[in-house]
Design a protein around this ligand. Sequence first.
Ligand SMILES: Cc1cc2nc3c(=O)[nH]c(=O)nc-3n(C[C@H](O)[C@H](O)[C@H](O)COP(=O)(O)O)c2cc1C
Length: 260
Amino acid sequence: MKMNELKLVYFSPTGTTRKVIMEAARNIDLKSVSHDFSVYKEKKPVLKFAENDFALFGIPVYAGRVPALFAEYLQNVTGKNTPAALIATYGCREYEDALLELKELVEKNGFKVIGAAAFPTEHSIVQTIGARRPNKADMKVIAEYGINLNRRLRKEENFDNINIQVPGNSPYRKYSKSSLFPKADVSLCTECKACARSCPAGAISIKDPKTTDHKKCIGCLRCVHFCRQNARGVSSMKLRMLEGKLKKVCQNDKTADIFL
Ligand SMILES: Cc1cc2nc3c(=O)[nH]c(=O)nc-3n(C[C@H](O)[C@H](O)[C@H](O)COP(=O)(O)O)c2cc1C
């Protein structure tokens, strides 16, 4: 089949998933178009992909699941038996049901999954876990995944015989929202509004960027990442407690799981 475009559909509040998806995409021989859902959109865009497009979906794992906000965006993304591949990045704990959930979400919307992968990375909340991953060696593995997907796209006439199996349980584990909400230090905040403009959940008001709507906040820490004044952060005591807990269940040297 003559392929058309590579459609990159992803959510990456703190930029790691974006880095991973771009490295895989760099090795796929198609012109790419990005749909980055890390930026708040009041109206969820409607995307319809063709049979000869190739879609690459990327998510960070949240509580062993697909981030709920991204799942909402996916409802409006449809294919026509469009081939697709999946990427889940996770902070060296576990990815649990996330890859299975992502697979089932896209399949329900007309995509045919021809590859899936889970890549261990730096933990976006406790950055001492998996620190600076993906590293050089990880990037090689990610590139290899892209090369294998490209090979598959070139080789197969159709993808009917491909049956990708990924681990996970159904029903999925309960989605638990993070309770680690970032706050603004009012003495440092210059009201530049970078946090409000970057928040994926629309939880920070442009008029009053010093406050956060905790009902909307998803605890992704994108505002902390984008704040140049270091005014946004989470309670250091809560962070230390979480670090203690996570250090017992995370492994800094986890390796990628690739399903082809
Ligand atoms: C709210 C939240 C929940 C998370 N849950 C998990 C998890 O269940 N397992 C895990 O290993 N990492 C977890 N992480 C870490 C991220 O999945 C990981 O750091 C990811 O690469 C971040 O991607 P991003 O930089 O594209 O946002 C979580 C991070 C956040 C902010």
